[in-house]
Design a binder for this molecule. Structure first.
Ligand code: ZN
Length: 193
């Protein structure tokens, strides 16, 4: 069952490894000015994270240019923008409200997600997410068209494989969502470039 993945060290370690791969790529690309990037991670206190993984999830990887001081923050499968809950928790709790209501009704309560937070997430999935450059750049690739009103449950269903595989692939797909240049990055990630 998908929900167990929230507590699965192996899965959470896999997400950490993907974030480090994104970071290595970002660092290798360097700054636009040609300067080297230095580590300048953002401290995070993520909610929805098992105690055993807290140290590994206590920062969002980021870089600062040694020359012009511009920030470069790589894509992440662990964090969905600035939300305090892990991206994984945002997806699973939101999906449990749509696709698996009976099975997952208590997940949000277990994680202490406030009702207003849950309503905000639902509105984001069904109203704001469909307007993002990420979704606009990729929605035509989902055939038949995805049922936006059932997001993220109906989106998760489109990523096939084991529960871990499909969730991991959805998180990779979502990773560019908070970038300003999300359209181009989304297509790159989606096509595995
Ligand atoms: Zn620079």
């Amino acid at each position: 069952m998908c929900h167990a993945l929230l507590q699965a060290p192996k899965f959470l370690t896999l997400l950490l490894r993907i974030d480090h791969e994104f970071a290595a790529q970002c660092r290798a690309d360097g700054c636009r000015c040609g300067g080297n990037l230095h580590c300048a991670d953002y401290p995070r206190k993520p909610r929805g994270c098992p105690r055993s993984m807290r140290d590994d999830y206590s920062s969002r990887l980021s870089f600062c240019c040694a020359v012009c001081r511009t920030r470069s923050t790589p894509l992440s499968v662990r964090f969905l923008g600035r939300r305090v809950y892990l991206g994984l928790a945002v997806v699973l709790v939101s999906a449990s409200r749509t696709a698996w209501t009976a099975a997952g009704a208590h997940l949000g309560a277990e994680l202490g997600v406030a009702r207003q937070t849950l309503q905000r997430w639902q509105a984001w999935w069904t109203e704001q997410f469909p307007l993002t450059p990420l979704w606009r750049a990729t929605c035509a690739r989902f055939m038949p068209p995805a049922d936006v009103l059932g997001f993220p449950g109906t989106l998760l269903e489109r990523f096939t494989g084991s529960p871990a595989d499909s969730l991991m692939r959805l998180l990779v797909f979502l990773s560019p969502v908070t970038l300003r240049s999300a359209g181009a990055a989304a297509v790159e990630v989606f096509e595995g470039r």
